[in-house]
Design a protein. Structure first.
Length: 343
């Protein structure tokens, strides 16, 4: 059985994962299979879940102490906690000067972590915000899709599918929340569940009806693309999803959702012409998000992200190397031929 790690031997690259749901467990396993990582230190309040991950990792596993300063225990941390708990957890690691990777897709967490930007810059600590499937992988796709544009005018993100139970609950709440769109230099709030768009995802997912929801993608992308005129985010939903979004979930979520997908449309100008580029990916959301969080954590531990402070991956990561690394782990992007305009 793994013991609680109290000190870090010299020259050991150790990364902590806090929260071992569907996403956190996969991030831990991805890190354990990474040659640059010598040890993965895990923590979860659920003992059986924690022990299951430790057993699956084997000799590289260690238990991260729940209390006390984390200084000297790890080079980076992945936060895979439920929504609303990331900012408080991040402060503990920020105070210790440890780079932070948050995989939350909740607006409250993204706003809270972005508020730590000035403090993180002063401490020369990087906080990667929204480093999951969407946002996260979608932010990298947006940055890659913008290559060659003289000016990026619009970015539209859509996603389908959920990871584990926490992700399903967040999806449920997002449809009942207030969507945040960026339009003509200002924020516009819209009702969740409105604004139907038929979006085409990579096969075998195909076309799905997508709707506005309380998603944080625009908060990250507007910062990464100064001067962008419009940024929107939508999530796939059926009639039952929208009808029941404003009441408690009627049944317990599955341990892990089925196949999911993301789609990013970038519009802008190339010379005197308007142009559009659409990229996407299909995978199990928890698996893809775990891989993105793990790869980002390795880069953060090696101090290879773009800058200190709090930002999304569209600001922090070089897209091609990150996409190449994710492709080796089975998370591959696709380029669409043709696109429909969103509104």
């Amino acid at each position: 059985m793994a013991g609680v790690v109290r000190a870090r031997p010299a020259l050991m690259l150790r990364i902590a994962v806090i929260g071992l749901g569907a996403l956190g467990a996969r991030a831990a396993r991805q890190l354990a299979s990474t040659p640059a990582v010598d040890a993965v230190l895990v923590h979860d309040v659920v003992g059986d879940r924690r022990q299951g991950v430790v057993d699956s990792i084997g000799q590289r596993a260690g238990l991260f102490p729940a209390d006390g300063s984390p200084a000297g225990l790890c080079e980076a941390v992945v936060l895979a906690l439920p929504a609303g708990r990331h900012t408080g957890a991040a402060r503990r690691f920020l105070d210790a000067g440890i780079p932070i990777v948050s995989a939350s897709d909740a607006i409250v967490d993204v706003e809270g972590l972005l508020d730590l930007d000035s403090e993180a810059r002063e401490r020369e600590v990087t906080i990667a915000v929204g480093a999951g499937f969407s946002p996260g992988f979608t932010c990298v796709l947006a940055r890659h899709g913008a290559v060659g544009f003289d000016r990026v005018e619009e970015i539209h993100v859509s996603k389908v599918g959920t990871g584990g139970p926490a992700c399903a609950r967040q999806h449920h709440h997002a449809l009942a929340g207030r969507a945040i769109d960026w339009r003509d230099g200002g924020w516009v709030e819209r009702r969740g569940g409105s604004g139907r768009e038929l979006c085409w995802f990579p096969d075998p997912v195909g076309p799905r009806d997508c709707y506005r929801a309380a998603l944080p993608d625009a908060l990250l992308l507007v910062r990464a693309f100064p001067g962008v005129e419009r940024v929107t985010a939508r999530v796939a939903a059926n009639r039952r999803d929208r009808v029941t979004a404003r009441v408690p979930m009627l049944r317990r979520p599955h341990a892990e959702g089925g196949p999911g997908a993301v789609r990013v449309e970038v519009r802008g100008t190339q010379g005197r012409s308007s142009a559009a580029r659409v990229l996407g990916a299909m995978d199990r959301p928890a698996m893809a998000a775990g891989a993105v969080a793990a790869v980002t954590a390795v880069l953060a531990a090696q101090r290879r992200l773009g800058r200190s402070g709090a930002a999304g991956l569209a600001e922090l990561a070089e897209p091609l190397p990150l996409l190449a690394e994710l492709a080796q782990r089975g998370i591959k992007a696709a380029v669409f031929e043709g696109a429909e305009r969103q509104s």
